[in-house]
Design a protein around this ligand. Structure first.
Ligand code: CU
Length: 135
């Protein structure tokens, strides 16, 4: 039986339930802030929740949303992002993003940074983001 399972595993490797694509961040300077963006693909049959992001690049890391009230545009902290089953969610300029505050070093075009994303269902996912200007 276990041989059969092993063969099936080789023929049909389990797909990652959560897939992170196109991770990038804006170049910025020490002590300043910047934002991290990426696409979350949820291929599973259940919703998942991103509730924390860790990074050594900044003193503080928060998940933010952008809002507008009349003429006023701003951003504020949210505690989590829910990604519905079989759907994807894009963090992008003018919308949800991960805010990096009080950067420990300059981030220049082409620099890479590592982040750990914490999800309720799948746990930790480590990603690498590249610094570039918005397209
Ligand atoms: Cu922000």
């Amino acid at each position: 039986m276990s041989i059969l399972i092993a063969i099936l595993f080789v023929l049909f490797p389990p797909e990652d339930k959560i897939n992170i694509k196109d991770a990038w961040m804006r170049p910025s300077s020490e002590k300043m802030a910047t934002a991290l963006y990426f696409v979350i693909e949820n291929k599973s049959e259940t919703a998942d929740t991103l509730f924390q992001v860790d990074s050594d690049l900044a003193e503080r890391v928060e998940i933010h949303e952008t809002y507008s009230e009349g003429e006023m545009m701003g951003m504020r902290k949210v505690n989590f992002i829910v990604i519905s089953a079989k759907s994807s969610f894009e963090l992008k300029p003018g919308a949800h993003h991960v805010m990096l505050m009080k950067l420990k070093n300059d981030i220049k075009d082409g620099d890479k940074g590592e982040f750990i994303l914490h999800f309720k269902q799948v746990g930790e996912i480590k990603i690498t983001a590249i610094a570039r200007k918005p397209k």
